[in-house]
Design a protein around this ligand. Structure first.
Ligand code: G
Ligand code: G
Ligand code: MN
Length: 520
């Protein structure tokens, strides 16, 4: 689980980017949907208004025309005035023509006449009950498009009323078309359309675009088309901006939350607070008597989800996060807490081997931390042994002074995992160590590779010559123990003697003296 912490920064950045992107997409598309919905509502409102307007316009006109139908029974001269005033009071009507047997006989504009309607408006089909056509112009207004509306009399045979209507798309239409950013409006019938795109009627097929809304007028075969964009550049731009801003905010927020809440090392600090660390003690026995002479203190982490995390992992991690000092202080607290019980289990002068990380050795607080530990322990009972590995050994000057101070204060120093580091021998000469803890790799080799284990033999001889006390680590078999004893090792530690034990287990072992590391 720890490898992930080393790329935690990158992970946070990645997650923030991802969330930011999702935020941007969500906000952007939401904004776009809102725009789209609003526009759709506007379009609906406009097409409905147009339809309602034209419905009522034509309904009124058809009512007027119905009233005009009987006028064709009377001579034009007697009805012309009535016809003219009707035309004047009908909005947008240019002229009403009374038609009899296919001939226009009377006009609201010009009075009596006799012209075949086919000649006037060839497009209009007077065999139909009702027909409407779009004309480019009428005789009196040749440049202004008009609707030609034919309504056959429902009662009188071969008679009807022809109406020409201004088709200049009433100012209202133009107004709404400008107001609302629609691209246009068209009214179409029988394949011809007038639209806001052109001042002349066009074939419907020339209105290239497809309308976004359409409707038909009640009572007349007239279609209304509304043109516009589903999406406008502005709404897309605004949505993009909105997305970018929201995405940025989401990303930043995410980064902030993740880096504050999951800041590397928080695990260690919170594990200290939640008391997830505990210690185990591995007995160290005298090689001759097999009597317990001390313990090595080893830290454990019981993680609520990851389970037991080995110290190799979290010690390195804590060092990398600059948390080794608080962690070791916590360890000291745990030891101090156990000390009264340890005192009962261990003989006076028992050695407490404590592993010290190089980073802690270098820390300014190191000496004070040690003093604090000493004060917390029962006075003059335990002998503290600081176990230091060869790797990352301190600068010579600092180390010599520190070691002097440690010895002066009564601490002892062990070189841990001896033989695994580099330049091990030079350290032996340079620094005043009290113990040499021989790495379990050498002990393993006993009885397997060679019968004699010459390297180990040489190390032990060297240690004796330098008056160093030796501790063999990782003793797993009786054969190894015998060999070590025969070769003058002072202390032994390992599974064959005892695994690292919790305080309770150590207590249990003590209460069954036949198992208490002395009978082997
Ligand atoms: O028993 P174990 O697997 O715990 O030991 C693994 C390694 O972790 C050993 O090399 C030991 O030195 C180291 N270790 C265990 N406890 C501590 C501790 O409290 N502090 C430091 N610095 N190292 C420890
Ligand atoms: O600090 P140091 O590296 O000495 O820590 C001792 C480590 O060795 C601990 O992880 C401890 O659990 C482990 N250990 C102790 N005794 C034995 C043993 O007999 N065999 C093996 N393989 N490991 C051991
Ligand atoms: Mn150790």
């Amino acid at each position: 689980m720890f490898t992930r912490y080393f790329s935690v920064g990158r992970k946070i950045v990645f997650s923030s980017l991802l969330l930011g992107l999702i935020g941007a997409l969500l906000a952007g598309s939401l904004q776009l949907m809102i725009f789209h919905h609003k526009r759709a509502e506007q379009y609906d409102a406009v097409i409905n208004d147009l339809q309602a307007y034209l419905n009522s316009y034509f309904a009124e006109l058809l009512t007027t025309i119905d009233k005009l139908q009987p006028l064709s029974l009377s001579p034009c001269a007697s009805v012309a005035a009535d016809l003219t005033s009707r035309a004047a009071f009908s909005l947008n009507v240019r002229a009403f023509l009374l038609v009899e047997n296919g001939n226009a006989t009377c006009s609201s504009a010009t009075g009596e006449m006799n012209v075949p309607i086919k000649q006037l408006v060839p497009q209009v089909d007077i065999s139909k009950k009702l027909d409407i056509e779009i004309l480019p112009g009428t005789p009196m207004m040749p440049q202004k498009p008009a609707f030609a509306l034919w309504v056959r009399s429902p009662l009188l045979e071969n008679r009807g009323v022809f109406t020409s209507i201004n088709a200049s798309l009433m100012p209202w239409l133009l107004y709404s078309s400008r107001q609302n950013q629609f691209s246009g409006i068209a009214l179409a019938t029988n394949g011809t359309a007038i639209s806001t795109f052109s001042s002349h009627p066009q074939p419907t097929s020339m209105l290239k675009r497809t309308p976004i809304r359409s409707a038909t007028v009640h009572g007349v075969p007239l279609s209304i088309y509304l043109y516009g964009d589903e999406w406008t550049v502005e709404s897309i731009q605004f949505s993009l901006l909105m997305g970018a801003v929201c995405g940025l905010l989401t990303g930043l927020l995410c980064y902030y939350v993740l880096s504050v809440r999951l800041r590397p090392g928080k695990e260690i600090t919170s594990a200290i607070k939640r008391n997830q660390f505990y210690v185990v003690y591995q007995p160290v026995v005298d090689a001759e008597s097999m009597q317990i002479r001390g313990v090595e203190v080893l830290m454990r982490w019981k993680h609520p989800t990851a389970g037991e995390i080995p110290p190799d992992a979290f010690i390195n991690f804590a060092e990398a996060q600059q948390l080794i000092v608080p962690l070791t202080r916590h360890l000291f607290q745990l030891i101090a807490h156990d000390a009264p019980v340890l005192k009962k289990l261990l003989p006076p002068g028992a050695k407490l081997g404590i592993n010290i990380a190089p980073a802690h050795l270098l820390a300014e607080s190191f000496q004070q931390d040690l003093k604090d530990l000493s004060h917390m322990l029962p006075a003059n009972y335990f002998q503290l042994v600081l176990e230091i590995t060869e790797r990352d050994m301190l600068s010579q000057h600092h180390a010599v002074k520190l070691f002097e101070w440690l010895h002066h204060e009564g601490y002892e120093i062990a070189i841990d995992d001896f033989g695994t580091g580099h330049s091990a021998l030079i350290y032996l000469e340079r620094y005043a160590f009290d113990y040499l803890k021989i790495d379990r790799g050498f002990i393993n080799a006993i009885g397997t590779e060679t019968v004699t284990s010459p390297v180990l033999d040489a190390v032990l001889t060297l240690a004796r010559k330098m008056s160093l006390v030796t501790v063999a680590e990782g003793v797993e078999t009786q054969e190894q123990a015998n060999w070590l004893r025969d070769h003058g090792v002072n202390f032994m530690q390992g599974y064959w003697i005892s695994r690292p034990l919790t305080l309770e287990k150590l207590l249990e072992a003590h209460q069954k003296p036949e198992n208490y590391f002395t009978t082997r």
